[in-house]
Design a protein around this ligand. Structure first.
Ligand code: NAD
Length: 493
């Protein structure tokens, strides 16, 4: 990745965007939505502001093509070939996709390049390679009958995703859903739709049949709700906030009892024991684990729990590591941290800062907007310590660059604090004691517990939450189960 290529790509005007339905762009029927780049607050382009009618057209296209069977009943090996071509195309367009995505949501390019197109390509390749290795079953029935268990696609899958990593998270759902033979209608976030629209175009170029992948842009209130309430959508795969997750379950109950998979927020504890193998590394990983992408990461280590005996030493290292992080233009390869996704998100972050001060937490660093002269939305990495479990900052997800630090005396207290929120998405434990590491893995209620690292994952392992961080798992072979049904054939011989 060269700076000169990024600088060239960032200059390319982005034309007004249409929906993508049945293999072609479909112009929206109403006034479009402006897309504001968080880099400098300028209008980047517009997206179609979808209506319930346009959702209707997309779902009908998805259903029609599902029934036609050119994708749903294609041999798994043929689906594999097509999805592998798509993975190659994503890789060939990786920088273009990454720059487009960064102009849209402000993630620093040196994170976005790997986390978005390259990870999406890997995801499509993984499920492409997996799908022709899935077998049905022969049941251990008595003699005289034969029980067969088939895997069948569900039909039409609605995918609703947030703005922080649209391509990566979109691929985690679209790839296994398509591999399993479903048709898909994607509703991207209105704050980050561009790279998913481009993905649909690449899928058509890869030979995906028309109607197998559709993208309807617009607001959650209109497009998202219409998809969630639709009687002909068989499943909603969602990543986003808990509030919207609840609405989706209600919509399912009020419509056709479609299955709903929810990947929601987190307030993840990063727990540093005095016997951590390398305090310098633990401190720098703790800083990047909350501040990369301006904290707009579902698994961000937003609560740091530090053993009392090393507290002061560790805080020194943490503030030093934080001061080294360079917040800047997200399309500059030298920036460690880019922009906050939008004006509202920044205002929300700053309200959390005010609330933490009111609650009596101590502001160690940051706590303010920076780089106002750019016209964009940037926030200084922010650390509060003396955060107690009852404070808002210890309980609610900020989804911004704000770290809450609390000290603990022993392992039991660390476990109590770690589990003292409604969330259970991710956690980390830093210790040289193998037995303690395993005790903590079992005791902390979270979908992933890192040991002596934070973050760092790949497609081979499941991701998802305990408690109110949701249910269902993205990634790994387990995700295929979300997008297929089991059908029994009972044959009298
Ligand atoms: P959000 O819940 O506001 O929006 C997510 C998506 O839902 C968007 O496409 C939005 O338009 C749509 N939506 C909004 N209202 C809707 C409605 N009434 N019906 C249907 N759809 C609706 O979340 P966000 O602000 O885009 O993203 C941030 C949230 O996502 C955070 O809570 C974060 O933790 C979570 N997240 C979770 C994971 C994970 O894997 N668990 C990953 C990334 C982000």
């Amino acid at each position: 990745m060269q700076q000169a290529d990024i600088d060239r790509l960032r200059q390319i005007p982005v034309p007004a965007q249409a929906h993508w339905i049945a293999g072609r762009p479909v112009t929206g029927q109403t006034e479009p939505l402006a897309v504001i780049s968080p880099i400098d607050g300028s209008e980047l382009t517009t997206i179609a502001d979808g209506s319930a009618g346009e959702v209707e057209i997309a779902v009908a296209a998805a259903r029609t093509w599902f029934e036609v069977g050119s994708w749903s009943r294609a041999a798994p090996a043929d689906r594999k070939k097509c999805l592998l071509r798509l993975a190659d195309l994503i890789e060939q367009h990786a920088l273009e996709l990454a720059v487009l995505g960064v102009r849209n949501n402000g993630t620093e390019i040196n994170m976005a390049y790997k986390a978005e197109p390259l990870s999406a390509a890997q995801t499509f390749r993984y499920y492409a390679e997996a799908i022709d290795k899935v077998y049905g079953e022969i049941a251990p029935t008595p003699p005289g009958v034969l029980g067969l268990v088939h895997h069948e696609p569900l039909g039409v899958v609605g995918v609703i995703v947030p703005w922080n990593f649209p391509l990566m998270i979109g691929a985690w759902k679209v790839a296994p859903a398509l591999a399993a033979g479903n048709s898909v209608v994607v509703k991207p976030s209105e704050f980050a739709s561009l790279s998913l629209l481009k993905l649909a175009e690449l899928a058509a170029a890869a030979g995906l049949p028309d109607g197998a992948l559709n993208v309807v842009t617009g607001t959650g209130r209109v497009v998202g709700e219409a998809l969630a309430l639709h009687m002909d959508v068989d499943c909603i795969a969602f990543t986003g906030s808990g509030g919207v997750g609840r609405r989706l379950m209600e919509a399912s109950a009020r419509s056709n009892l479609k299955r709903v998979h929810l990947e929601l927020g987190g307030k993840s504890p990063n727990i540093v024991f005095a016997d951590a193998p390398d305090l310098d590394r633990a401190a720098s990983v703790a800083a990047s684990g909350i501040f990369r992408n301006s904290g707009q990461v579902c698994v961000a280590g937003s609560r740091l729990l530090v053993e009392a005996s090393i507290y002061d030493r560790f805080m020194d290292r943490l503030t030093t590591a934080t001061a080294k992080l360079r917040v800047g233009d997200p399309l500059d390869l030298k920036s460690d941290v880019g922009a906050v996704c939008g004006e509202d998100q920044l205002a929300k972050n700053l309200r959390f800062v005010d609330g933490a001060i009111r609650d009596g937490a101590r502001l160690v660093t940051g706590g303010r907007q920076i780089m106002q002269d750019t016209g964009g939305y940037y926030m200084a990495p922010t650390i509060f310590d003396e955060v107690t479990p009852g404070m808002q900052l210890a309980q609610e997800e900020v989804f911004g660059p704000v770290l809450a630090v609390t000290r603990f005396r022993d392992e039991d207290e660390a476990i109590r604090l770690a589990n003292a929120t409604d969330y259970g998405l991710a956690a980390a434990v830093w210790t040289s004691n193998l037995s303690r590491a395993h005790r903590m893995i079992r005791a902390v209620r979270a979908g992933v517990v890192h040991v002596n690292t934070y973050g760092g994952t790949d497609i081979t392992v499941p991701l998802g939450g305990f408690k109110q961080s949701g249910f269902g798992r993205d990634k790994s072979l387990h995700a295929l189960d979300k997008y297929s049904d089991l059908k029994t054939a009972w044959i009298q011989l």
